[in-house]
Every structure is written in C-alpha cells, then in structure tokens.
Design a protein around this ligand. Structure first.
Ligand SMILES: Nc1ncnc2c1ncn2[C@@H]1O[C@H](COP(=O)(O)OP(=O)(O)OP(=O)(O)O)[C@@H](O)[C@H]1O
Ligand SMILES: [Mg+2]
Length: 224
C-alpha cells in the first residue's frame, strides 16, 4: 500500500494512516544504525514516551496539542490526531510577510507571537519544557475568521520545575526565529510580551535565566 508521506526528516517519517477507522498521522522514528541497538531502543522509547506524556500534560494545562491515540513501541510508531488543514507557523509567517502590507503583516504576526508567548508561558507555569521550540513545531489551524495555535513535536520535552531549563527553552526559540525569520526581528519581542503577561512574577526568574543563557551563548560565539 502506498503511504501518503507528510514529511520525511532525519529522525522520523510522518505519513497518513488509520486508527479505529479514522484518519490519523503516523510518526515513525528511524532506527539509527550508528547507535548500539540497545541504546537506540532506549532513546526511541524515551522520545515516544515524552511525546505521549507531554501531550497529556499539555491538554490538562489547557494547551492545545494533537492527541496521541496509540503508541506502538516495537514498530517505533506513534498514532497522532491529524490536523488536515493546518500549516506550520513558519509557513504562516512567511506567507503573511509575502502577501500583506508591511504594517498589516506586523499586526497579524504581533497577534500570533503574543499568543505563542502566552502558550509557552502556560506550559512553563505547569513545568512543561518543550525542548525544541521552533516555528516548524507550531501549527496554525484555520477556523472561520480565526485560527487555533497548536503545539507539536514533544520528543525532546521534559518536566522541570527550575528556571534554567525554561530559560533555555526561550533561548532555543529566539535562536530558531533569528535563523528562520531573520528579516522579522520583532517576532521574539512579541513572544516575550505574551510570555510576561501569562507568567507575571513567576516568569521573572526565567527571564533572568534566559538573559544569562543568552549572554553565555554570545560569549561562546565570540570565542568561536
Ligand atoms: N498532528 C499534525 N497534524 C498535521 N500536521 C502535522 C502534525 N504533526 C506534525 N505535522 C507536520 O509534520 C511536520 C513534522 O512533524 P514533527 O515536528 O512532529 O516531526 P519531526 O520529524 O520531529 O520534525 P523536526 O524535523 O522538526 O524534528 C510538522 O512540521 C508539520 O508540518
Ligand atoms: Mg518538528
């Protein structure tokens, strides 16, 4: 049977399938030949488990994510709720910049980034660290006259109460934005505004850590 491949990456292949008669997304992690088989199995299991656990945690925290429907360890596949009409935030941002007047584009993206910041804040308040925050790991699901913001790809996520890991989460996102949307340097500022609005005083220590991580990153870049 031909599989409708959605994405073929370095870590996993995503294709459409069925679960209990409904269309779903199947995410199949590759076996890494260069790793010892036991270690590879362990890493794959850990990532699959993280996806499932964090998805459940997010839903409990009021963060919209695709439901993980089923987990098949031996086949290293996850069955995930499929958002058929969604596009990635990366595509949405690029299309908005390409098709809207600059002022209008900025307004639309300000709104989106604010919402992304609020959601990251909500995750952090519940001690959920995403681990791989990029605009490819956020989906925009269109609805009549509005859209939902859906977070995906929790393979590197974990639970951590400390401010440091949360600061790193923000730093990873800032780096991703700088490399993917370098012309729209204002995006991250709006994300931080949403984040601050959501986290309040609780977020202050995270923002201090974020500045520290960023300063360390700069130093490393300078030293080379
Ligand atoms: N539930 C979903 N509904 C619709 N599309 C999805 C869904 N999950 C993932 N996608 C699409 O598939 C792409 C890859 O998914 P995901 O990020 O989970 O896999 P990945 O292989 O880890 O990607 P990456 O290369 O970012 O690590 C997403 O960027 C998105 O375009
Ligand atoms: Mg991804």
């Amino acid at each position: 049977m031909d599989k409708e491949i959605i994405k073929q990456g370095a870590e996993a292949r995503l294709y459409l399938g069925k679960y209990e008669g409904e269309t779903c997304l199947i995410k199949e992690r590759f076996v890494k030949k260069y790793r010892h088989p036991d270690l590879d199995k362990q890493i794959t299991r850990r990532r699959m488990k993280a996806e499932m656990k964090t998805a459940a945690r997010c839903l409990a925290a009021g963060v919209l994510v695709p439901k993980v429907l089923h987990l098949d360890y031996p086949a290293h596949t996850l069955y995930i709720e499929y958002y058929a009409n969604a596009k990635t935030a990366k595509e949405f941002i690029q299309e908005t910049v390409a098709t809207q007047e600059p002022g209008e584009a900025k307004k639309i993206l300000q709104d989106l980034c604010w919402r992304i910041g609020v959601i990251v804040g909500r995750m952090h308040v519940d001690h959920i660290i995403h681990g791989d925050l990029t605009t490819s790991n956020v989906l925009i699901n269109p609805q009549e006259n509005k859209y939902e913001v859906v977070f995906i790809d929790f393979g590197l996520s974990h639970y951590d109460k400390g401010a440091e890991r949360k600061g790193v989460d923000l730093y990873v996102l800032e780096r991703a934005l700088l490399s993917t949307h370098s012309e729209q340097s204002y995006l991250f500022d709006y994300i931080l505004e949403g984040y601050r609005a959501q986290c309040g005083a609780e977020g202050l220590l995270v923002l201090v850590k974020f500045e520290e991580v960023r300063a360390r990153g700069r130093k490393r870049t300078m030293i080379g």
